[in-house]
Design a protein around this ligand. Structure first.
Ligand SMILES: [Zn+2]
Length: 591
Protein backbone atom coordinates (compact mmCIF):
# COMPACT_ATOMS: atom_id res chain seq x y z
CA UNK A 1 0.00 0.00 0.00
CA UNK A 2 1.49 3.28 -1.08
CA UNK A 3 0.22 6.31 0.80
CA UNK A 4 0.36 9.63 -1.07
CA UNK A 5 2.83 12.20 0.27
CA UNK A 6 0.02 14.70 0.69
CA UNK A 7 -1.67 12.36 3.17
CA UNK A 8 1.57 11.81 5.08
CA UNK A 9 2.12 15.55 5.21
CA UNK A 10 -1.38 16.14 6.48
CA UNK A 11 -0.89 13.57 9.23
CA UNK A 12 2.49 15.11 10.17
CA UNK A 13 0.85 18.51 10.35
CA UNK A 14 -1.99 17.38 12.57
CA UNK A 15 -0.30 14.78 14.74
CA UNK A 16 0.97 16.15 18.00
CA UNK A 17 4.07 14.15 18.88
CA UNK A 18 3.89 15.17 22.53
CA UNK A 19 0.38 13.80 22.65
CA UNK A 20 1.22 10.56 20.83
CA UNK A 21 4.36 9.83 22.85
CA UNK A 22 2.67 11.08 26.00
CA UNK A 23 0.16 8.26 25.88
CA UNK A 24 3.04 5.80 26.40
CA UNK A 25 5.62 7.80 28.30
CA UNK A 26 5.22 10.29 31.12
CA UNK A 27 6.76 13.46 29.77
CA UNK A 28 7.97 16.47 31.69
CA UNK A 29 8.91 19.88 30.38
CA UNK A 30 12.57 20.38 29.65
CA UNK A 31 13.02 23.84 28.21
CA UNK A 32 11.39 23.94 24.80
CA UNK A 33 11.37 20.15 24.78
CA UNK A 34 9.90 17.34 26.80
CA UNK A 35 11.71 14.50 28.44
CA UNK A 36 10.88 11.17 29.96
CA UNK A 37 12.07 7.62 30.51
CA UNK A 38 12.80 5.91 27.23
CA UNK A 39 10.22 3.26 26.33
CA UNK A 40 12.78 1.43 24.21
CA UNK A 41 15.43 0.76 26.77
CA UNK A 42 15.64 0.58 30.52
CA UNK A 43 16.85 3.64 32.31
CA UNK A 44 16.52 5.34 35.63
CA UNK A 45 17.22 8.91 34.55
CA UNK A 46 15.39 10.29 31.54
CA UNK A 47 17.42 10.59 28.35
CA UNK A 48 14.47 10.35 26.03
CA UNK A 49 13.53 13.70 24.50
CA UNK A 50 10.64 14.91 22.45
CA UNK A 51 10.88 18.05 20.40
CA UNK A 52 7.36 19.29 19.58
CA UNK A 53 8.76 22.08 17.40
CA UNK A 54 10.07 19.73 14.73
CA UNK A 55 7.94 16.73 15.61
CA UNK A 56 10.75 14.39 16.56
CA UNK A 57 11.90 12.24 19.43
CA UNK A 58 15.34 11.01 20.27
CA UNK A 59 16.86 8.89 23.02
CA UNK A 60 20.36 9.84 24.06
CA UNK A 61 20.67 6.49 25.77
CA UNK A 62 19.90 4.00 23.04
CA UNK A 63 19.92 6.18 19.97
CA UNK A 64 16.36 5.48 18.88
CA UNK A 65 14.67 8.44 17.33
CA UNK A 66 12.63 9.80 14.50
CA UNK A 67 9.27 11.21 13.65
CA UNK A 68 5.88 10.48 15.09
CA UNK A 69 5.58 7.71 12.47
CA UNK A 70 8.80 6.09 13.60
CA UNK A 71 7.62 6.24 17.18
CA UNK A 72 4.34 4.47 16.44
CA UNK A 73 6.10 1.91 14.24
CA UNK A 74 8.61 1.15 16.97
CA UNK A 75 6.32 1.08 19.95
CA UNK A 76 3.41 -0.73 18.35
CA UNK A 77 5.65 -2.77 16.06
CA UNK A 78 3.67 -1.61 13.05
CA UNK A 79 4.68 -1.23 9.44
CA UNK A 80 4.74 2.28 8.02
CA UNK A 81 1.30 2.00 6.37
CA UNK A 82 -0.12 0.60 9.61
CA UNK A 83 1.35 3.44 11.63
CA UNK A 84 0.04 5.97 9.12
CA UNK A 85 -3.41 4.41 9.29
CA UNK A 86 -3.27 4.40 13.07
CA UNK A 87 -2.29 8.07 13.26
CA UNK A 88 -4.67 8.99 10.46
CA UNK A 89 -7.53 7.52 12.41
CA UNK A 90 -6.50 9.36 15.56
CA UNK A 91 -6.18 12.73 13.84
CA UNK A 92 -8.99 12.47 11.33
CA UNK A 93 -6.99 12.07 8.15
CA UNK A 94 -8.37 9.49 5.75
CA UNK A 95 -5.67 7.03 4.73
CA UNK A 96 -7.04 5.11 1.81
CA UNK A 97 -5.89 1.66 1.03
CA UNK A 98 -5.04 1.03 -2.57
CA UNK A 99 -8.33 -0.01 -4.22
CA UNK A 100 -7.00 -3.30 -5.56
CA UNK A 101 -5.31 -4.25 -2.33
CA UNK A 102 -7.38 -7.30 -1.51
CA UNK A 103 -5.05 -8.33 1.30
CA UNK A 104 -5.92 -5.46 3.61
CA UNK A 105 -9.62 -6.01 2.99
CA UNK A 106 -9.20 -9.68 3.74
CA UNK A 107 -7.40 -8.98 7.00
CA UNK A 108 -10.12 -6.58 7.99
CA UNK A 109 -12.78 -9.17 7.25
CA UNK A 110 -10.90 -11.76 9.32
CA UNK A 111 -10.69 -9.36 12.25
CA UNK A 112 -14.41 -8.77 12.02
CA UNK A 113 -14.99 -12.50 11.93
CA UNK A 114 -12.90 -13.05 15.06
CA UNK A 115 -14.69 -10.25 16.88
CA UNK A 116 -18.03 -11.85 16.05
CA UNK A 117 -16.90 -15.33 17.06
CA UNK A 118 -15.43 -14.02 20.34
CA UNK A 119 -18.73 -12.35 21.15
CA UNK A 120 -20.70 -15.51 20.37
CA UNK A 121 -18.46 -17.79 22.42
CA UNK A 122 -18.61 -15.41 25.36
CA UNK A 123 -22.39 -15.19 25.11
CA UNK A 124 -22.65 -18.98 25.01
CA UNK A 125 -20.42 -19.39 28.06
CA UNK A 126 -22.55 -17.08 30.14
CA UNK A 127 -26.00 -18.00 28.86
CA UNK A 128 -26.21 -21.37 27.23
CA UNK A 129 -27.27 -24.50 29.11
CA UNK A 130 -24.69 -26.43 27.05
CA UNK A 131 -21.92 -24.46 28.74
CA UNK A 132 -22.93 -25.45 32.27
CA UNK A 133 -19.93 -27.69 32.89
CA UNK A 134 -17.53 -25.06 31.53
CA UNK A 135 -19.08 -22.46 33.83
CA UNK A 136 -18.79 -24.88 36.71
CA UNK A 137 -15.16 -25.59 35.94
CA UNK A 138 -14.24 -21.91 35.88
CA UNK A 139 -16.17 -21.28 39.06
CA UNK A 140 -14.38 -24.17 40.77
CA UNK A 141 -11.07 -22.61 39.76
CA UNK A 142 -12.23 -19.47 41.53
CA UNK A 143 -12.55 -17.14 38.55
CA UNK A 144 -14.96 -14.23 38.86
CA UNK A 145 -17.20 -12.90 36.11
CA UNK A 146 -15.14 -9.72 36.03
CA UNK A 147 -12.01 -11.67 35.19
CA UNK A 148 -13.79 -13.77 32.58
CA UNK A 149 -15.22 -10.73 30.86
CA UNK A 150 -11.92 -8.81 31.00
CA UNK A 151 -10.38 -11.60 28.92
CA UNK A 152 -13.60 -12.31 27.00
CA UNK A 153 -13.40 -15.96 27.89
CA UNK A 154 -15.99 -18.05 26.06
CA UNK A 155 -17.16 -21.54 25.27
CA UNK A 156 -17.15 -23.31 21.90
CA UNK A 157 -20.18 -25.64 21.71
CA UNK A 158 -19.80 -29.40 21.68
CA UNK A 159 -21.13 -29.85 18.15
CA UNK A 160 -18.17 -29.52 15.73
CA UNK A 161 -20.56 -28.47 12.95
CA UNK A 162 -22.14 -25.62 14.89
CA UNK A 163 -19.68 -22.85 14.04
CA UNK A 164 -19.72 -23.47 10.26
CA UNK A 165 -23.49 -23.47 10.13
CA UNK A 166 -23.74 -20.40 12.41
CA UNK A 167 -21.30 -18.42 10.26
CA UNK A 168 -22.79 -19.77 7.03
CA UNK A 169 -26.09 -18.23 8.03
CA UNK A 170 -24.30 -14.91 8.50
CA UNK A 171 -23.22 -15.06 4.89
CA UNK A 172 -19.58 -16.17 5.22
CA UNK A 173 -18.31 -18.38 2.42
CA UNK A 174 -16.50 -21.67 2.98
CA UNK A 175 -13.47 -20.35 1.09
CA UNK A 176 -13.15 -17.35 3.35
CA UNK A 177 -13.69 -19.36 6.53
CA UNK A 178 -10.97 -21.77 5.43
CA UNK A 179 -8.44 -18.94 5.79
CA UNK A 180 -9.45 -18.20 9.38
CA UNK A 181 -7.74 -21.14 11.05
CA UNK A 182 -10.99 -21.88 12.87
CA UNK A 183 -11.77 -25.02 10.91
CA UNK A 184 -10.23 -28.36 10.23
CA UNK A 185 -8.09 -28.29 7.13
CA UNK A 186 -9.37 -31.61 5.85
CA UNK A 187 -13.01 -31.18 6.85
CA UNK A 188 -13.82 -27.50 6.31
CA UNK A 189 -17.25 -27.82 7.94
CA UNK A 190 -15.73 -29.07 11.17
CA UNK A 191 -14.65 -26.56 13.79
CA UNK A 192 -11.13 -26.84 15.18
CA UNK A 193 -12.38 -25.83 18.60
CA UNK A 194 -15.45 -27.56 20.06
CA UNK A 195 -16.39 -28.33 23.63
CA UNK A 196 -13.63 -26.07 24.79
CA UNK A 197 -13.22 -23.05 27.01
CA UNK A 198 -12.03 -20.35 24.65
CA UNK A 199 -9.36 -17.74 25.33
CA UNK A 200 -9.18 -15.00 22.72
CA UNK A 201 -5.65 -13.95 21.79
CA UNK A 202 -5.34 -10.26 21.04
CA UNK A 203 -3.00 -8.27 18.88
CA UNK A 204 -1.25 -5.27 20.39
CA UNK A 205 -4.09 -3.19 18.93
CA UNK A 206 -6.64 -5.13 20.93
CA UNK A 207 -8.09 -7.13 18.07
CA UNK A 208 -8.80 -10.79 18.62
CA UNK A 209 -6.69 -12.61 16.05
CA UNK A 210 -6.62 -16.19 17.33
CA UNK A 211 -7.81 -18.49 20.10
CA UNK A 212 -6.47 -20.86 22.65
CA UNK A 213 -8.91 -23.53 23.78
CA UNK A 214 -8.98 -25.77 26.83
CA UNK A 215 -10.78 -29.08 26.38
CA UNK A 216 -13.67 -29.96 28.69
CA UNK A 217 -13.47 -33.57 27.60
CA UNK A 218 -10.60 -35.23 29.51
CA UNK A 219 -9.92 -37.51 26.55
CA UNK A 220 -9.12 -34.64 24.18
CA UNK A 221 -5.77 -32.81 24.04
CA UNK A 222 -5.92 -30.41 26.96
CA UNK A 223 -4.93 -27.25 25.10
CA UNK A 224 -4.92 -26.38 21.44
CA UNK A 225 -4.22 -23.09 19.72
CA UNK A 226 -5.17 -21.48 16.45
CA UNK A 227 -2.77 -22.34 13.64
CA UNK A 228 -0.70 -19.54 12.17
CA UNK A 229 -2.73 -17.37 9.83
CA UNK A 230 -2.04 -14.11 8.06
CA UNK A 231 -3.19 -12.38 11.24
CA UNK A 232 -1.51 -14.55 13.77
CA UNK A 233 2.03 -15.66 14.42
CA UNK A 234 2.32 -17.40 17.75
CA UNK A 235 5.98 -16.61 18.23
CA UNK A 236 5.23 -12.89 17.94
CA UNK A 237 2.29 -12.54 20.30
CA UNK A 238 1.82 -13.18 23.96
CA UNK A 239 -1.35 -14.05 25.75
CA UNK A 240 -2.53 -11.25 28.02
CA UNK A 241 -0.17 -8.61 26.68
CA UNK A 242 -2.95 -6.38 25.44
CA UNK A 243 -4.66 -6.37 28.84
CA UNK A 244 -1.37 -6.07 30.71
CA UNK A 245 0.40 -3.47 28.61
CA UNK A 246 -0.36 -0.35 30.63
CA UNK A 247 0.49 -1.96 33.93
CA UNK A 248 3.70 -3.41 32.51
CA UNK A 249 4.82 -0.01 31.31
CA UNK A 250 3.91 1.61 34.57
CA UNK A 251 5.72 -0.93 36.74
CA UNK A 252 8.50 -1.55 34.20
CA UNK A 253 8.15 -5.22 34.98
CA UNK A 254 6.22 -8.18 33.68
CA UNK A 255 5.43 -11.63 35.02
CA UNK A 256 5.83 -14.39 32.49
CA UNK A 257 3.68 -17.36 33.44
CA UNK A 258 3.01 -20.61 31.62
CA UNK A 259 -0.65 -20.70 30.73
CA UNK A 260 -3.86 -18.85 30.04
CA UNK A 261 -5.39 -19.66 33.40
CA UNK A 262 -2.24 -18.44 35.16
CA UNK A 263 -2.55 -15.07 33.45
CA UNK A 264 -6.17 -14.86 34.56
CA UNK A 265 -5.27 -15.87 38.12
CA UNK A 266 -2.55 -13.25 38.31
CA UNK A 267 -4.90 -10.59 36.99
CA UNK A 268 -7.55 -11.50 39.52
CA UNK A 269 -4.96 -11.43 42.31
CA UNK A 270 -4.03 -7.83 41.62
CA UNK A 271 -1.02 -8.64 39.43
CA UNK A 272 -2.31 -7.39 36.09
CA UNK A 273 1.15 -7.30 34.48
CA UNK A 274 1.29 -10.98 33.56
CA UNK A 275 1.59 -12.61 30.16
CA UNK A 276 2.11 -16.13 28.81
CA UNK A 277 3.77 -17.51 25.71
CA UNK A 278 1.34 -19.27 23.39
CA UNK A 279 1.79 -22.98 23.71
CA UNK A 280 5.53 -22.76 23.14
CA UNK A 281 8.64 -21.92 25.10
CA UNK A 282 9.37 -18.20 25.20
CA UNK A 283 10.68 -17.24 21.76
CA UNK A 284 13.18 -14.61 20.72
CA UNK A 285 10.47 -12.57 19.04
CA UNK A 286 8.44 -12.62 22.23
CA UNK A 287 11.48 -11.47 24.17
CA UNK A 288 11.86 -8.57 21.76
CA UNK A 289 8.20 -7.81 22.23
CA UNK A 290 8.55 -7.75 26.02
CA UNK A 291 11.61 -5.60 25.77
CA UNK A 292 9.52 -2.82 24.31
CA UNK A 293 7.47 -2.73 27.46
CA UNK A 294 9.53 -3.68 30.48
CA UNK A 295 13.01 -3.67 31.92
CA UNK A 296 12.45 -6.55 34.31
CA UNK A 297 10.86 -9.91 33.72
CA UNK A 298 9.81 -12.12 36.60
CA UNK A 299 9.68 -15.74 35.50
CA UNK A 300 6.91 -17.69 37.17
CA UNK A 301 7.13 -21.18 35.72
CA UNK A 302 5.96 -24.44 37.19
CA UNK A 303 8.18 -25.70 39.96
CA UNK A 304 9.13 -28.97 38.33
CA UNK A 305 12.11 -29.91 36.20
CA UNK A 306 10.39 -28.85 32.99
CA UNK A 307 9.64 -25.50 34.57
CA UNK A 308 13.26 -25.13 35.66
CA UNK A 309 14.47 -25.86 32.17
CA UNK A 310 12.04 -23.32 30.74
CA UNK A 311 13.20 -20.77 33.30
CA UNK A 312 16.83 -21.29 32.43
CA UNK A 313 16.19 -21.00 28.69
CA UNK A 314 14.07 -17.88 29.13
CA UNK A 315 16.65 -16.27 31.42
CA UNK A 316 19.35 -16.67 28.78
CA UNK A 317 17.17 -15.20 26.03
CA UNK A 318 16.19 -12.26 28.20
CA UNK A 319 19.67 -11.57 29.52
CA UNK A 320 20.92 -11.55 25.95
CA UNK A 321 18.79 -8.52 25.12
CA UNK A 322 19.60 -6.83 28.40
CA UNK A 323 16.39 -7.55 30.29
CA UNK A 324 16.87 -8.13 33.99
CA UNK A 325 15.21 -11.33 35.17
CA UNK A 326 14.15 -12.61 38.53
CA UNK A 327 12.57 -15.90 39.40
CA UNK A 328 9.52 -16.52 41.49
CA UNK A 329 9.57 -19.85 43.31
CA UNK A 330 6.18 -21.44 43.76
CA UNK A 331 5.44 -24.36 46.07
CA UNK A 332 6.39 -27.62 44.39
CA UNK A 333 3.91 -28.82 41.79
CA UNK A 334 1.76 -25.70 41.84
CA UNK A 335 1.18 -23.07 39.19
CA UNK A 336 -0.35 -19.63 39.84
CA UNK A 337 -3.85 -20.84 38.98
CA UNK A 338 -3.51 -23.74 41.45
CA UNK A 339 -2.39 -21.40 44.21
CA UNK A 340 -5.26 -19.05 43.64
CA UNK A 341 -7.70 -21.95 43.65
CA UNK A 342 -6.27 -23.50 46.82
CA UNK A 343 -5.30 -20.48 48.86
CA UNK A 344 -6.94 -17.49 47.24
CA UNK A 345 -5.75 -14.40 45.39
CA UNK A 346 -4.01 -12.81 48.37
CA UNK A 347 -1.82 -15.83 48.85
CA UNK A 348 -0.86 -15.86 45.18
CA UNK A 349 0.03 -12.20 45.32
CA UNK A 350 2.17 -12.83 48.38
CA UNK A 351 4.02 -15.66 46.65
CA UNK A 352 4.75 -13.47 43.68
CA UNK A 353 6.24 -10.64 45.67
CA UNK A 354 9.10 -12.91 46.77
CA UNK A 355 11.48 -13.34 43.91
CA UNK A 356 15.05 -14.50 43.81
CA UNK A 357 18.02 -13.58 41.73
CA UNK A 358 18.15 -15.65 38.53
CA UNK A 359 21.76 -16.68 39.02
CA UNK A 360 20.98 -17.93 42.48
CA UNK A 361 18.05 -19.87 41.08
CA UNK A 362 20.15 -21.50 38.38
CA UNK A 363 22.91 -22.49 40.78
CA UNK A 364 20.48 -23.87 43.37
CA UNK A 365 18.48 -25.73 40.76
CA UNK A 366 21.56 -27.37 39.26
CA UNK A 367 22.96 -28.10 42.72
CA UNK A 368 19.74 -29.86 43.69
CA UNK A 369 20.27 -32.32 40.86
CA UNK A 370 23.85 -33.29 41.63
CA UNK A 371 26.35 -33.86 44.39
CA UNK A 372 27.87 -30.44 44.67
CA UNK A 373 30.71 -31.71 46.88
CA UNK A 374 32.19 -33.78 44.06
CA UNK A 375 34.33 -32.26 41.29
CA UNK A 376 31.88 -33.58 38.67
CA UNK A 377 29.04 -31.98 40.58
CA UNK A 378 30.79 -28.62 40.56
CA UNK A 379 31.42 -28.94 36.84
CA UNK A 380 27.75 -29.82 36.36
CA UNK A 381 26.65 -26.63 38.12
CA UNK A 382 29.14 -24.58 36.18
CA UNK A 383 27.77 -26.04 32.93
CA UNK A 384 24.27 -25.10 33.96
CA UNK A 385 25.05 -21.43 34.60
CA UNK A 386 27.56 -20.90 31.79
CA UNK A 387 25.04 -19.97 29.06
CA UNK A 388 23.43 -17.38 31.30
CA UNK A 389 26.66 -15.70 32.39
CA UNK A 390 28.06 -15.96 28.90
CA UNK A 391 25.41 -13.69 27.37
CA UNK A 392 25.84 -10.94 29.95
CA UNK A 393 26.70 -7.68 28.33
CA UNK A 394 28.36 -6.05 31.31
CA UNK A 395 31.85 -7.13 32.27
CA UNK A 396 31.18 -6.03 35.85
CA UNK A 397 28.04 -8.11 36.07
CA UNK A 398 29.79 -11.10 34.55
CA UNK A 399 32.71 -10.96 36.96
CA UNK A 400 30.35 -10.47 39.86
CA UNK A 401 28.30 -13.45 38.77
CA UNK A 402 31.38 -15.66 38.46
CA UNK A 403 32.42 -14.60 41.95
CA UNK A 404 29.01 -15.63 43.25
CA UNK A 405 29.30 -19.00 41.51
CA UNK A 406 32.77 -19.70 42.89
CA UNK A 407 31.56 -18.73 46.32
CA UNK A 408 28.54 -21.03 46.16
CA UNK A 409 30.65 -23.90 44.81
CA UNK A 410 33.44 -23.29 47.27
CA UNK A 411 36.15 -23.15 44.63
CA UNK A 412 38.89 -20.69 43.83
CA UNK A 413 37.47 -17.67 41.91
CA UNK A 414 40.52 -17.66 39.62
CA UNK A 415 39.81 -21.22 38.59
CA UNK A 416 36.20 -20.35 37.75
CA UNK A 417 37.33 -17.32 35.80
CA UNK A 418 39.90 -19.36 33.93
CA UNK A 419 37.37 -22.03 32.99
CA UNK A 420 34.92 -19.41 31.93
CA UNK A 421 37.38 -17.63 29.65
CA UNK A 422 38.48 -20.88 28.10
CA UNK A 423 34.91 -21.90 27.40
CA UNK A 424 34.01 -18.48 26.13
CA UNK A 425 36.72 -18.44 23.52
CA UNK A 426 35.09 -21.52 22.11
CA UNK A 427 31.82 -19.76 21.45
CA UNK A 428 32.18 -17.79 18.27
CA UNK A 429 28.76 -16.32 18.80
CA UNK A 430 30.15 -13.76 21.20
CA UNK A 431 32.35 -12.20 18.61
CA UNK A 432 29.50 -11.73 16.20
CA UNK A 433 27.33 -10.22 18.86
CA UNK A 434 29.67 -7.62 20.16
CA UNK A 435 30.31 -6.65 16.56
CA UNK A 436 26.62 -5.97 16.06
CA UNK A 437 26.42 -3.91 19.22
CA UNK A 438 29.18 -1.53 18.23
CA UNK A 439 27.22 -0.43 15.22
CA UNK A 440 24.12 0.71 17.02
CA UNK A 441 25.24 4.24 17.79
CA UNK A 442 26.76 6.76 15.48
CA UNK A 443 30.27 7.80 16.26
CA UNK A 444 30.64 11.31 17.64
CA UNK A 445 34.35 11.19 18.10
CA UNK A 446 35.19 12.42 14.63
CA UNK A 447 32.94 15.36 14.00
CA UNK A 448 35.19 17.57 11.89
CA UNK A 449 34.45 21.13 10.82
CA UNK A 450 32.57 20.04 7.72
CA UNK A 451 30.27 17.80 9.66
CA UNK A 452 29.90 20.28 12.46
CA UNK A 453 28.67 22.90 9.98
CA UNK A 454 26.24 20.60 8.24
CA UNK A 455 24.84 19.25 11.50
CA UNK A 456 24.38 22.76 12.84
CA UNK A 457 22.66 23.74 9.60
CA UNK A 458 20.43 20.68 9.66
CA UNK A 459 19.34 21.65 13.16
CA UNK A 460 18.85 25.31 12.18
CA UNK A 461 17.39 24.98 8.74
CA UNK A 462 16.66 28.70 8.38
CA UNK A 463 20.41 29.22 7.88
CA UNK A 464 20.73 26.91 4.92
CA UNK A 465 20.19 29.70 2.34
CA UNK A 466 23.07 31.54 3.99
CA UNK A 467 25.28 28.45 4.01
CA UNK A 468 24.64 27.56 0.37
CA UNK A 469 25.42 31.13 -0.66
CA UNK A 470 28.86 30.83 0.98
CA UNK A 471 29.95 27.30 0.25
CA UNK A 472 29.10 24.60 -2.21
CA UNK A 473 28.96 20.89 -1.81
CA UNK A 474 32.41 20.48 -3.33
CA UNK A 475 33.88 22.57 -0.52
CA UNK A 476 33.10 19.74 1.86
CA UNK A 477 35.69 17.06 2.04
CA UNK A 478 33.83 14.89 4.52
CA UNK A 479 31.55 12.41 2.79
CA UNK A 480 28.86 12.48 5.51
CA UNK A 481 28.72 16.25 5.30
CA UNK A 482 28.20 16.16 1.58
CA UNK A 483 25.38 13.72 2.15
CA UNK A 484 23.69 16.16 4.53
CA UNK A 485 24.35 19.12 2.22
CA UNK A 486 22.70 17.38 -0.72
CA UNK A 487 19.75 16.35 1.39
CA UNK A 488 19.33 19.92 2.62
CA UNK A 489 19.65 21.26 -0.91
CA UNK A 490 16.95 18.91 -2.18
CA UNK A 491 14.60 19.88 0.62
CA UNK A 492 15.40 23.55 0.10
CA UNK A 493 14.46 23.38 -3.56
CA UNK A 494 11.18 21.74 -2.70
CA UNK A 495 10.45 24.18 0.09
CA UNK A 496 10.17 21.21 2.36
CA UNK A 497 11.29 21.94 5.88
CA UNK A 498 10.17 18.72 7.58
CA UNK A 499 12.92 16.95 9.43
CA UNK A 500 11.45 13.67 8.38
CA UNK A 501 11.99 14.34 4.70
CA UNK A 502 15.48 15.52 5.36
CA UNK A 503 16.29 12.31 7.19
CA UNK A 504 14.79 10.21 4.41
CA UNK A 505 17.21 11.80 1.99
CA UNK A 506 20.31 11.01 4.02
CA UNK A 507 21.78 7.74 2.86
CA UNK A 508 23.78 6.45 5.78
CA UNK A 509 21.96 5.39 8.93
CA UNK A 510 24.79 6.68 11.16
CA UNK A 511 24.61 10.13 9.62
CA UNK A 512 20.86 10.09 9.85
CA UNK A 513 21.11 9.23 13.50
CA UNK A 514 23.59 12.01 14.15
CA UNK A 515 21.31 14.58 12.55
CA UNK A 516 18.42 13.32 14.58
CA UNK A 517 20.42 13.27 17.78
CA UNK A 518 21.63 16.80 17.28
CA UNK A 519 18.12 17.97 16.42
CA UNK A 520 17.08 16.74 19.80
CA UNK A 521 19.80 18.41 21.79
CA UNK A 522 20.55 22.03 22.55
CA UNK A 523 24.08 21.71 21.29
CA UNK A 524 23.55 23.67 18.08
CA UNK A 525 20.50 25.72 18.80
CA UNK A 526 21.99 28.17 21.27
CA UNK A 527 23.58 31.11 19.48
CA UNK A 528 23.08 29.35 16.17
CA UNK A 529 23.85 32.31 13.94
CA UNK A 530 27.33 32.81 15.32
CA UNK A 531 27.98 29.09 15.36
CA UNK A 532 27.11 28.69 11.71
CA UNK A 533 28.93 31.80 10.53
CA UNK A 534 32.09 30.62 12.26
CA UNK A 535 31.74 27.13 10.92
CA UNK A 536 31.27 28.44 7.39
CA UNK A 537 34.58 30.27 7.74
CA UNK A 538 36.42 27.18 8.94
CA UNK A 539 34.99 25.06 6.18
CA UNK A 540 35.72 27.67 3.57
CA UNK A 541 39.25 28.04 4.85
CA UNK A 542 39.97 24.35 4.91
CA UNK A 543 38.56 24.00 1.44
CA UNK A 544 40.75 26.85 0.19
CA UNK A 545 43.80 25.36 1.84
CA UNK A 546 43.14 22.09 0.09
CA UNK A 547 42.78 23.93 -3.21
CA UNK A 548 45.95 25.83 -2.48
CA UNK A 549 47.86 22.61 -1.97
CA UNK A 550 46.45 21.18 -5.14
CA UNK A 551 47.40 24.32 -7.06
CA UNK A 552 50.93 24.24 -5.71
CA UNK A 553 51.30 20.69 -6.94
CA UNK A 554 49.87 21.64 -10.32
CA UNK A 555 52.24 24.61 -10.52
CA UNK A 556 55.21 22.40 -9.77
CA UNK A 557 54.19 20.03 -12.51
CA UNK A 558 53.51 22.90 -14.95
CA UNK A 559 56.94 24.46 -14.30
CA UNK A 560 58.73 21.25 -15.08
CA UNK A 561 56.85 21.10 -18.34
CA UNK A 562 58.08 23.43 -21.09
CA UNK A 563 54.64 23.81 -22.67
CA UNK A 564 53.02 24.81 -19.44
CA UNK A 565 53.52 28.60 -19.54
CA UNK A 566 49.92 29.61 -20.22
CA UNK A 567 48.68 27.17 -17.68
CA UNK A 568 51.09 28.57 -15.15
CA UNK A 569 49.64 32.02 -15.54
CA UNK A 570 46.13 30.78 -15.00
CA UNK A 571 47.17 28.72 -12.01
CA UNK A 572 49.04 31.64 -10.52
CA UNK A 573 46.01 33.85 -10.87
CA UNK A 574 43.89 31.21 -9.10
CA UNK A 575 46.50 30.95 -6.40
CA UNK A 576 46.51 34.69 -5.83
CA UNK A 577 42.71 34.68 -5.51
CA UNK A 578 42.83 31.87 -3.01
CA UNK A 579 45.66 33.37 -1.00
CA UNK A 580 43.79 36.63 -0.74
CA UNK A 581 40.59 35.03 0.39
CA UNK A 582 42.44 32.91 2.91
CA UNK A 583 44.14 35.99 4.29
CA UNK A 584 40.81 37.72 4.59
CA UNK A 585 39.31 34.71 6.36
CA UNK A 586 42.21 34.52 8.78
CA UNK A 587 41.83 38.18 9.65
CA UNK A 588 38.14 37.70 10.34
CA UNK A 589 38.81 34.57 12.30
CA UNK A 590 41.10 36.49 14.60
CA UNK A 591 38.57 39.25 15.27
ZN1 LIG B 1 16.37 4.74 24.79
Amino acid sequence: MRIPDSVIDEISRRADIADVVGSYVTLRKDGARLKGLCPFHTEKTPSFKVNPANGTFYCFGCGKGGSVFTFVMEIEKMTFPEAAAHLGEKYGVAVEAEPDDGKAAHRKALIELFARVTGSFSHILHNSASAASARQYLEDRGFTDTTLSEFQVGYAPRNPGWLASFLGKKGYTREFLATSGLFSRNYPGRALFYDRIMFPIYSSRGECIAFGGRAMNPEAPKYINSPETELYSKSRQMFGLFQARHEIRKSDSVFVVEGYLDVLAMWQSGLPNAVAPLGTALTESQVQLLRRFAGTVVLVFDSDSAGARATSRAAVLLEKVGIETRVCLLPRGDDPADIMKKSGPDELKKHCTYTINTLEFLVNDAASRTDIASPDGKAFVFDAVFPYINVMDSEVKREGSLAVVSDLLGVNPDAVMHDFRKRRRGTSENARESQAKVNTKADESNINHDLFLMLATAVNREFFPYVRSRIECADLEDRRSRDVFIALEECFRRHDDSLDRLLERIDEPETRELVLRKSSSDEYSVNAKQLIEDAVKWVRRESLERKQKKLDAQLRRARSDSDGRIEIEKLLQDKIDIDMELKRLKVIAHD
